[in-house]
Design a protein around this ligand. Structure first.
Ligand SMILES: Nc1ccn([C@@H]2O[C@H](COP(=O)(O)OP(=O)(O)OP(=O)(O)O)[C@@H](O)[C@H]2O)c(=O)n1
Ligand SMILES: C[C@](O)(CO)[C@H](O)COP(=O)(O)O
Length: 237
């Protein structure tokens, strides 16, 4: 049934990686002998549902991407599109450049190399429930809200808090409308689902494990190496 739908996957890899504080953009750093972005691409291309991949990158990183494409190959049709200043601008460039037959859009962070193919497929299957869905896991820490970063305003009930991951998956009309409305209203969100929520549509949460980390700060590289070793992940490449 889902095979009848044309699925385009966006891999967002056009960030600056400021919090990694490394001269090379984090997606091109190696874990267990291979660049982070290579792991991510291999996971996405392994989904039986994905028909087309858009690699969203910074123009200045084109040589790094060329090396990855040459060495690891991409076994699905793909194109490279340059990203924008914020993640939201990057995804919007993807929407403007996707194949016109796209029925379903899947967005994924280049910096999340450990998503499982099973969960990618599961996310695509479940998009039909509300038209938008995201992987998530229950917040582990107590989260406090502080508007000034000094004094706590309040503590929301942790049972209602979810840490949001990618992939996020959408029916095309829902995500395109959400992006158009967000830019009209000059709203910037930190994920794609928040734009859909602003249009009044529901978003489905899909429970995931805690391995699908976003590599953000230097400590995450140590954790990533450990995940690779634990699950023999380099053998997939
Ligand atoms: N303008 C941007 C900003 C982010 N991203 C991508 O979105 C993902 C999640 O963002 P994050 O981890 O915050 O990456 P950066 O924005 O690169 O990190 P930082 O905020 O530390 O600079 C990353 O794979 C990143 O490359 C993107 O494609 N375009
Ligand atoms: C989309 C995302 O991965 C969900 O957790 C995350 O919000 C992206 O991170 P950023 O720091 O806002 O780019």
């Amino acid at each position: 049934m889902y095979k009848d739908n044309f699925v385009t996957a966006f891999i967002a890899a056009a960030g600056m990686g400021k919090r990694m504080n490394h001269p090379i953009n984090k997606q091109f750093l190696s874990i267990n002998g291979a660049p982070i972005l290579a792991y991510t691409i291999k996971k996405i291309e392994s989904s039986k549902y994905i028909d087309f991949i858009i690699l969203l990158i910074k123009q200045s990183d084109i040589n790094y991407v060329g090396e990855i494409v040459n060495k690891y190959k991409i076994n699905k049709p793909f194109k490279i599109v340059y990203g924008g200043e914020e993640r939201q601008d990057t995804i919007y460039n993807g929407l403007l450049n996707m194949p016109c037959e796209t029925d379903i859009v899947l967005t994924h962070d280049g910096a999340r190399p450990f998503v499982s193919v099973e969960k990618i497929n599961n996310s695509i299957e479940r998009v039909f429930e509300t038209g938008a869905c995201t992987l998530a896991n229950p917040a582990k820490d107590t989260i406090k809200v502080s508007s000034n970063g000094k004094i706590v305003d309040y503590t929301p009930n942790r049972d209602e808090l979810w840490a949001i991951q990618t992939p996020q998956v959408f029916l095309t009309p829902i995500i395109t409308k959400a992006y158009e409305q967000a830019f009209e209203e000059e709203y910037y969100g930190t994920d794609d689902c928040s734009l859909v929520e602003k249009t009044g549509k529901k978003v489905t949460l899909i429970l995931n494990d805690y391995n699908n980390i976003k590599i953000t700060t230097p400590e995450d590289l140590t954790i990533a190496e450990a995940i690779c070793k634990e699950y023999n992940i380099e053998e997939d490449l």
